[in-house]
Design a protein around this ligand. Structure first.
Ligand code: AMP
Length: 174
């Protein structure tokens, strides 16, 4: 399935979760077996041969293809969660959303200096969520950090929040 056919499977919902937002709903792509397979394969191809040892997925839409890529790469999977969900000691990072502030957490023993990390989320919009994730992962002094998304909304220029030497890839661009 080509990128254009996959794009056709992604539903656009107007004014969700609030007026003016055009929500790119990937559930309609994930429920199609062929599309799910092709998305899984293409996302894995994007990050193979980089020596990735851990995939870090952002709650909750990063938990869908994150573990698939980790499994295909022979890497481990680490969850980055909303506050109060992780049972052991955590590091936290807060970030500005359109309305108010959000926080994400990671277990203090989730990563080590030997890791090569891929941070994954379904979609890059303004970049605030991934920037917080990047700051959290950086604390561990890992060898290298890669970032990938299924979808990137280019007009919002979320990429500008990251240093130029960080490899950021997305499969589908709007
Ligand atoms: P941001 O921090 O602005 O880059 O927002 C990224 C997060 O919000 C991702 O986890 C997305 O799942 C979600 N998100 C933001 N905008 C959209 C959108 N237009 N369509 C679908 N998901 C979105």
């Amino acid at each position: 399935m080509g990128i254009e056919s996959i794009k056709e499977k992604i539903r656009v919902v107007e004014d969700f979760p609030q007026k003016g937002i055009q929500f790119r709903d990937l559930t309609t792509a994930f429920k199609d077996p062929k599309c799910l397979k092709d998305l899984s394969d293409k996302m894995t191809d994007m990050c193979k041969n980089k020596g990735i040892t851990k995939v870090v997925g952002i709650e909750s839409r990063g938990f869908i293809l994150g573990p698939v890529m980790a499994n295909n790469l022979g890497a481990g999977f680490v969850t980055l969660r909303k506050p109060g969900k992780l049972p052991a000691e955590t590091y936290q990072e807060s970030y500005q959303k359109e309305y108010g502030v959000d926080t994400i957490e990671i277990h203090k023993d989730a990563l080590s200096e030997d890791d090569v990390v891929l941070i994954h989320d379904d979609l890059l919009a303004t970049g605030g969520t991934m920037r917080a994730a990047y700051e959290l992962v950086k604390r561990f002094g890992v060898k290298k950090i890669y970032i990938n998304f299924i979808v990137e909304l280019e007009d919002l220029n979320g990429r500008s929040l990251f240093p130029e030497d960080i490899e950021i890839e997305s499969l589908i661009k709007y």
